[in-house]
Design a protein around this ligand. Structure first.
Ligand code: SAM
Length: 281
């Protein structure tokens, strides 16, 4: 059966290039091109955008991004075995797909692109959260990217969009929601992937806000939330005792009950608290 871009179906690509999935590279491939186009569409209009894709693998999502009109795609893949398959995709879209072989954690990828930029990826699970935190914590805000559309394990996706007083609420929710709108766009069962992972997955779409929702120093906010959620069941007067002297008074000044627990405090409260804490160094 033909495909929308005239390239072979992904099962055939995998067979031809002998791309047996490697667990240590987090390889769970999406082989349904309708699904990869749908994920690409969940990032909104791509025409006129440069797109960064981490971990293109055999190129299913990459093909979705190109079919959906991305101006330019930079795809970074650690596994050299995938390069011939990706070169075949590049040949069908002259000048629109650049593939770099390397480790996304070691490269300054966004510097290669021209704004406006969207990041769209079915991330390897082992590096997904690390990359997200880096993209959420640049020195200056707004960042160079306009949105992030990323596949995670469903549990991680729920941590990103969680609200106070829920089980998944914590540092990741605060970090993401402080400077972004974050939404789960779709959830996928294990069978959507080859090989099937053990858990469900979900696509999260994060749009960068022009400015953080509440003023705070990024490093201080990270320090305060790390301390608070490190002992999430404890009262804040106790979990934050080491933060500064007279923590009860500081909490009250920030409008927070010293006996409250971290999961009861929203973004506004944590930002108010961060504003009363001296930056380090
Ligand atoms: N995008 C493809 C898809 O949707 O079918 C593959 C997704 S698979 C979950 C993750 C991909 O990321 C694999 O191709 C893997 O080789 C690649 N990868 C793993 N670690 C990486 C890293 N540190 N930098 C770049 N790519 C990586």
């Amino acid at each position: 059966m033909g495909t929308i871009d005239g390239l072979p179906p992904l099962r055939e690509v995998i067979r031809t290039h002998d791309l047996v999935a490697k667990r240590q590279l987090g390889q769970n491939f999406l082989l349904d091109l309708n699904l990869t186009a749908k994920i690409a569409r969940s990032a909104g209009d791509l025409s006129g955008y440069d797109v960064l894709e981490v971990g293109p693998g055999p190129g299913g999502l990459t093909r979705g991004l190109l079919v959906e009109g991305a101006r330019h795609v930079l795809a970074v893949e650690k596994d050299a075995r995938c390069l011939p398959a990706l070169a075949e995709v590049a040949a069908v879209y002259p000048g629109r797909l650049q593939v770099i072989q390397g480790d996304a954690l070691e490269l300054d990828l966004l510097a290669h692109l021209t704004p406006p930029i969207k990041v769209i990826a079915n991330l390897p699970y082992n590096v997904g959260t690390e990359l997200l935190i880096r993209w959420l914590t640049p020195k200056v805000w707004p960042p160079v990217w306009q949105s992030l559309t990323l596949m995670f394990q469903k549990e991680v996706a729920e941590r990103i969009v969680a609200k106070p007083r829920t089980a998944h609420y914590g540092r990741l929710a605060l970090l993401a929601q402080w400077r972004c709108d974050a939404r789960i766009m779709m959830t996928l069962p294990p069978e959507a992937f080859t090989p099937a992972p053990k858990v469900h997955s979900a696509v999260v779409h994060l749009t960068a806000l022009p400015a953080p929702r509440f003023p705070a120093d990024a490093a201080v906010l990270q320090r305060v939330t790390a301390m608070a959620f490190n002992q999430r069941r404890k009262m804040l007067r106790s979990s934050l005792k080491g933060l500064m002297p007279g923590i009860d008074d500081v909490l009250v000044a920030a409008g927070i009950e010293p006996t409250a627990r971290a999961e009861e405090i929203g973004l506004e409260g944590f930002c108010a608290l961060a504003r009363l804490v001296q930056p380090e160094g």
